[in-house]
Design a protein around this ligand. Structure first.
Ligand SMILES: NC(=O)c1ccc[n+]([C@@H]2O[C@H](COP(=O)([O-])OP(=O)(O)OC[C@H]3O[C@@H](n4cnc5c(N)ncnc54)[C@H](OP(=O)(O)O)[C@@H]3O)[C@@H](O)[C@H]2O)c1
Length: 308
């Protein structure tokens, strides 16, 4: 991203629902459209989809690898998150140096030149010595020209403290939406623009559209009804913002999520999880609008929603 950019200017295509609510044909359509739009960053993880079906373990990365081979592509920028040992949503993970290096070889083979970032995915450990072993693996990751990263870290303070001697330039994924944000937990330890926001639609919340059984939020087992009060307040912010006729009007949750994430001063990029090509196009359309129009007033109102 450019140093002077006032807002985060990177997007990354998420794959968490591939093999779950998004089948292989649809995943291929999403990748076709993403690539055709000039976008190159794609995020995946060993345990996607986390649908608790063991037969689906590593299915999302398989779709991605198949698309890469089918299209002969070598300029994607794939972010792989590693460490999980199953897709059952359990905290079982392995982050020893030897396992991380084995998986590094595995993903270097699977994604070739497309492999860009290698992230630890979920770490509940509080033992500094064990975490230091993970840093030793990161030394090899960085030596191979691959970007090291973090995601789902329970004790970011330990990582930050060890990093005062290792000095990795970590990319860090964290949940950040109008309902819930992990930014404060990480910002206490990491400064600068190093964060990538995920869950900007709070896992598939809608401002207007109805849900069905294939809806992402339902598949994930959340109850959208719990957020009715917050959604009503978001609608009020939007109604107020839409009185400004000099920019495209707001009417959807992904627009709210993109404003809320991109304007955050520590956000480097945003993970988006469209499940259909039309959603992908509307996401890219609004991302373009963000570069042409000023929505900072809306960002400030959304931040205020969480203060009151
Ligand atoms: N680091 C981590 O631990 C972590 C955790 C979670 C996610 N991630 C990454 O971040 C990516 C995105 O996360 P997420 O899936 O939680 O994101 P999200 O944006 O909160 O939810 C995605 C859902 O929002 C709806 N949606 C997205 N774009 C839309 C649009 N333009 N219009 C209407 N609805 C839209 C879709 O729901 P419907 O299908 O119901 O329409 C979609 O499945 C994941 O795929 C994954 O790669 C990382």
């Amino acid at each position: 991203m450019s140093a002077n950019s006032p807002i985060a200017d990177e997007l990354m295509l998420g794959t968490a629902m591939w093999g779950w609510t998004v089948d292989k044909a649809r995943a291929f359509q999403l990748l076709d459209a993403w690539y055709a739009a000039g976008q190159r960053k794609v995020d995946t993880a060993t345990n996607y989809p986390i649908d608790r079906n063991p037969a689906h373990f590593r299915l999302a990365e398989r779709f991605l690898a198949e698309w890469i081979i089918a299209n002969g592509v070598s300029d994607l920028r794939v972010n792989i998150k590693v460490g999980s040992l199953n897709n059952l949503h359990t905290p079982d993970h392995l982050l020893t140096r030897s396992f991380l290096l084995m998986m590094l070889d595995e993903y270097s083979y699977l994604f070739g030149d497309n492999l860009h970032t290698y992230m630890v995915h979920w770490d509940n450990r509080d033992d500094e010595k064990q975490i230091e072993e993970t840093f030793q693996a990161f030394e090899e990751v960085a030596a191979r020209g691959i970007q090291p990263g973090l995601s789902g870290i329970r004790h970011p303070g330990i990582y930050a403290s060890l990093n005062s001697s290792f000095k990795f330039d970590f990319d860090i994924q964290l949940k950040h939406n109008v309902i819930q944000s992990d930014v404060p937990r990480y910002a206490a330890h990491f400064s600068g623009r190093c964060f990538y926001a995920y869950g900007i639609n709070a896992g598939g919340l809608k401002l207007r559209e109805a849900y069905d059984e294939k809806s992402s939020i339902k598949a994930r087992g959340a109850d959208p009804g719990k957020f009715a009060g917050k959604l009503q307040r978001i609608r009020e912010v939007i109604a107020q913002a839409n009185q400004n006729k000099n920019r495209p009007p707001l009417n959807a949750m992904h627009q709210v999520g993109l404003i809320h994430a991109t304007y955050h001063p520590q956000m480097k990029g945003v993970l988006v999880g469209p499940s259909k090509p039309a959603q992908l196009e509307s996401t890219l359309d609004f991302f373009r609008s963000l570069r042409q129009c000023d929505y900072r007033d809306v960002f400030e109102e959304l931040v205020n929603l969480n203060k009151n």
